[in-house]
Design a protein around this ligand. Sequence first.
Ligand SMILES: CCCCCC/C=C/C(=O)SCCNC(=O)CCNC(=O)[C@H](O)C(C)(C)COP(=O)(O)OP(=O)(O)OC[C@H]1O[C@@H](n2cnc3c(N)ncnc32)[C@H](O)[C@@H]1OP(=O)(O)O
Length: 397
Amino acid sequence: MAAVTWRQARCWCPSLLQVFRFPVAQVHLGRPTMRASQQDFENAMNQVKLLKQDPGNQVKLKLYALYKQATDGPCNVPKPGVFDLVNKAKWEAWNALGSLPKETARQNYVDLVSSLSPSSEASSQGTHGADEKVQESKDIVVSSEDGITKIMFNRPTKKNAITFQMYQDIMLALKNASTDNSAITVFTGAGDYYCSGNDLTNFTSAAGGMEEAASKGAVVLREFVNSFIDFPKPLVAVVNGPAVGISVTLLGLFDAVYASDKATFHTPFSHLGQSPEACSSYTFPRIMGSAKAAEVLLFGKKLTAREACAHGLVSEVFPESTFEKEVWTRLRAYAKLPPNSMRISKELIRKNEKEKLHEVNAEECTTLKARWLSDECINAIMNFVSRKAKLGRPQSS
Ligand SMILES: CCCCCC/C=C/C(=O)SCCNC(=O)CCNC(=O)[C@H](O)C(C)(C)COP(=O)(O)OP(=O)(O)OC[C@H]1O[C@@H](n2cnc3c(N)ncnc32)[C@H](O)[C@@H]1OP(=O)(O)O
């Protein structure tokens, strides 16, 4: 179909009185049961000019046709030539209304505009308004702006360690983000850390002790990682500082990872008596080669941002001083790309791997459940909790 610019579409609705002058009841163009008055029609024309988002060619042509039918009556002007694509498309849309009465066209125009009004616009047109907080949760802050849903670890006093509640909050945030108006979804951390991984007190503070925590942990972890495997939109990590444990392994399931040069990547699973999760036993060897993956996953070698980039885990590293500005400017530009195209491309990229990833996830969770109940793991966690040991340091006896 001929391209119809949004500017053209707006011009099809002549400037009239400002919508704001009218009482709310008149301005709100809910689907009316009564016949639309001339005033409703004029309000609707003004409402069209306030739409923030281009409603698309089909809707614009429909608006044009109904407007012409409501004001001039049935189309009786000559059809434009074949090369006059835009005017031909407009003529065809108007002509298709045949002998529809002016009053009905006016009503249909008002109804159509009503369906595009701000509340429905937000859900159907991919509107990206001002930064909007979309999920209430203390330690995970979710906001949406400029086509980007941002999910932020927000527990800086604990280096953004992930509690059981945060796993649930993140799953909910991903579920919502998969169908919201945003084009891309971004994870980042508040404060100096990106995330210090699993909160080690998840295991010690559970009412039923380690047994119960291990069973619960395996179920939650599997579901949690599945929500990353299946996430349909581009998923980006903005790694603002050190990342530890599961916050690193998950990166193998992201589509792009941008890191500040002060970020580090550490998976001290052996130090903790644990084993890899988030499909990293599969994704890391594929991303960085088996030799480097072994150093990272078996021996807990901490990578700098530049090393992680050289080994393919990170897409690009930015100097700390310009990190936020550069990365968010870039992401805002990416979020303007056609969202359906990005989803479809992601689907193609992931399609052949999905089954394998689910299989790996299930196996890693079963293995971890047993690890969590091992002496090696229990001792390591107790050492951390009693502050005898920190990451990467040999445990004192
Ligand atoms: C559903 C279950 C799924 C489980 C999935 C399996 C996941 C596995 C992993 O993620 S393994 C990785 C686990 N993480 C760690 O081992 C990190 C432990 N933390 C540290 O070693 C250090 O805290 C540090 C290196 C991250 C930061 O050191 P430092 O800068 O010296 O700060 P502090 O140690 O003083 O930390 C400040 C504050 O935060 C608390 N904290 C930090 N990380 C964690 C954590 N992972 N779990 C619990 N608490 C953490 C730390 O205790 C301090 O609290 P305090 O001020 O003492 O109250």
